[in-house]
Design a protein around this ligand. Structure first.
Ligand code: URA
Ligand code: SF4
Length: 202
């Protein structure tokens, strides 16, 4: 049985599985459509996210919203979450044991939502599917893992103030509608009944 998103969120809010729970104001389980076709996975909550209990509500979030809007997606039709659900103090990088402790929640969210496409934002969520890869080499390139297509992208906070990265993430994001369309076609082909066998007489 898969847990519902609400059940997962309720567990995250009271979770004490790693040290990050000690410093949090609010855990940030994630936000969006339970039936989302596209899921975005960032790094971890920042100051604003910790205050509000919502993902990507600061400057990086504003930039993400603008990019989503530019490709005809709204925040409410996708699902947005992070690799760790509680804010690392001072916005330091999440530690390996914190990522490991939190990963079951992300597993459960993916199992509940069953997205067609996952966009990883930054290297920590990328590493879950592409360990040992470099983001500069593989950004924007979709790769299928079973039922889901994963597209690594730069982190919007890194891209926001660096014009070359900004152009890169915008170009990668612009490819997303086509990647989603292809993923939909592949999913529909999987679901379709096999074509009728033609009778062969000889
Ligand atoms: N950066 C992230 O990685 N996640 C957020 O939710 C906000 C900023
Ligand atoms: Fe639990 Fe994840 Fe928060 Fe750590 S970061 S306390 S594992 S919800």
């Amino acid at each position: 049985m898969t847990a519902s998103l609400d059940t997962i969120a309720a567990r995250v809010r009271v979770c004490t599985q790693c040290e990050l729970h000690r410093m949090r104001t609010n855990a940030v389980p994630g936000h969006g459509n339970p039936d989302a076709e596209v899921m975005f996975i960032g790094e971890g909550p920042g100051w604003h996210e910790d205050r509000q209990g919502l993902p990507f509500v600061g400057a990086a979030g504003q930039f993400l919203n603008e990019m989503l809007q530019s490709i005809g997606l709204s925040r409410d039709e996708v699902f947005i979450t992070n690799i760790v659900k509680c804010r690392p103090p001072g916005n330091r990088d999440p530690l390996p044991d914190e990522i490991a402790a939190c990963s079951a929640y992300l597993d459960a969210q993916i199992a509940a939502i069953k997205p067609k496409v996952i966009v990883t934002l930054g290297r920590f969520s990328m590493a879950r599917w592409f360990p040992n890869e470099r983001i500069s080499r593989i950004h924007g390139q979709p790769r299928r893992f079973g039922d889901v297509v994963v597209v690594p992208m730069y982190h919007p906070a890194a891209a926001l103030h660096q014009s070359s990265l900004r152009a890169t993430i915008e170009a990668d994001m612009a490819k997303l509608p086509q990647i989603l369309e292809e993923a939909r076609r592949e999913a529909a082909a999987e679901d379709a009944p096999p074509p009728p066998q033609q009778m062969r007489l000889f």
